[in-house]
Design a protein around this ligand. Sequence first.
Ligand SMILES: NC(=O)C1=CN([C@@H]2O[C@H](COP(=O)(O)OP(=O)(O)OC[C@H]3O[C@@H](n4cnc5c(N)ncnc54)[C@H](OP(=O)(O)O)[C@@H]3O)[C@@H](O)[C@H]2O)C=CC1
Ligand SMILES: O=C(O)[C@@H]1CCC=N1
Length: 275
Amino acid sequence: MTLSIAFIGVGNMARSIFSGLLASGYPAEKIMGTSRTPEKREYYQQQYGISMLAENEQAVSQADVVVLCVKPAQMQAVVEEFADYVRDDQLFLSVAAGVELDALEHWLAKPVAVVRSMPNTPSQLGVGMTGLIANKHTNASQKEWVTELFASVGSSVWVDDEVHMHTVTGLSGSAPAYFFRFLEAMIKSAKEQGLDEETSRKLASQAMLGAARMVIELDEPIDQLRKNITSPKGTTEQALLSFEAANIDKVVGDAVFACVERSKELAKAFSAQKD
Ligand SMILES: NC(=O)C1=CN([C@@H]2O[C@H](COP(=O)(O)OP(=O)(O)OC[C@H]3O[C@@H](n4cnc5c(N)ncnc54)[C@H](OP(=O)(O)O)[C@@H]3O)[C@@H](O)[C@H]2O)C=CC1
Ligand SMILES: O=C(O)[C@@H]1CCC=N1
């Protein structure tokens, strides 16, 4: 049986997941979304053929699976508002950064299956990466359904301790933004050297795609892949020496750490809100 899915809050992340789902053949009639903005409801309905509703309660009442896609700061108010409509046979799936299972369970106010996920926006192209953890009310077939859902938009890993969700956020949830920032810097440098934007974008992004595919598809250590490009006294060596001079491990390490710390801060703030 194809489950009906309601996306509560249709923005960047919800769109990334349901567009990947639709591309993988999930029927549009089984997908609902909610938005407070009439123009957005009209747009998504037209563009994707999914049902768009103004009322979260209405979407929750009709769904087998409810995917919570509002911003972390909006989550408590949104969940508490529809909590009276929650049925104990439903599955709730949150994508919010830093919002822990405990807080979601508390706001839902029923012993119901809750899965916390940390996806990323490449899901819209079927190459997403998602970290997952379930609460104790989630059964094996619900976990399997969630694994299949994320398989249709990329790949996923289940973690056994919620503390790891912070690291997942730092390593894959937020990471596409790091790579975009890296590309922006590369393209800026190429343009300063006279190459046009379009050509620079094509060269740098294809190099990034190729490097990522080599890491995933070839069974070789990453440092060996790097060494294979770095001829002694060659060109790459100079670029890498420049990275080392800037202490790349510290620059990147600090960025990932800052991301993880923010996730922990959010979790602390939302945990306090349930007391
Ligand atoms: N963007 C990313 O790369 C990732 C995001 N996430 C998580 O995804 C969640 C959403 O982020 P993102 O998609 O980027 O944010 P967006 O701002 O793009 O989307 C949030 C959407 O929620 C809608 N919304 C707000 N309040 C309500 C409400 N009361 N009822 C219904 N809809 C509402 C807004 O639409 P409107 O105002 O029209 O109602 C808005 O479009 C966050 O919790 C974030 O932590 C997780 C992983 C990656
Ligand atoms: O920046 C954020 O808070 C969200 C969570 C992971 C990616 N974007």
